[in-house]
Design a protein. Structure first.
Length: 90
């Protein structure tokens, strides 16, 4: 896979901290996660009027699945080491 100059240092930093891992083979196929994101978003849309709070949680989950799929396509996977918003914010 070609490396991207923009953001490469940040990816290397996250790999070094253990916040990201490299993956290959089936784990590097983001399509199943993207499919799950689409199903989750459709479910969120179907309950928006009856349960907006749960719809918001599902929409958040769908975004998380989609971004994880993007990482997978690049041979990366997030770990539980970092958690959301650790490091740069706050």
């Amino acid at each position: 896979m070609a490396r991207w100059p923009r953001g490469e240092a940040e990816i290397e930093r996250l790999l070094g901290l253990g916040h990201l891992q490299t993956v290959t083979g089936a784990a590097a196929d983001g399509q199943p996660l993207l499919d799950k994101a689409n199903r989750t978003l459709a479910t969120a849309a179907s309950i928006t009027s009856s349960d907006p709070d749960s719809a918001l949680v599902l929409a958040y989950d769908a975004a998380r699945y989609a971004t994880t799929a993007l990482l997978a396509q690049q041979g990366l996977r997030p770990t539980t080491a970092g958690g959301p918003c650790r490091g740069r914010l706050g």
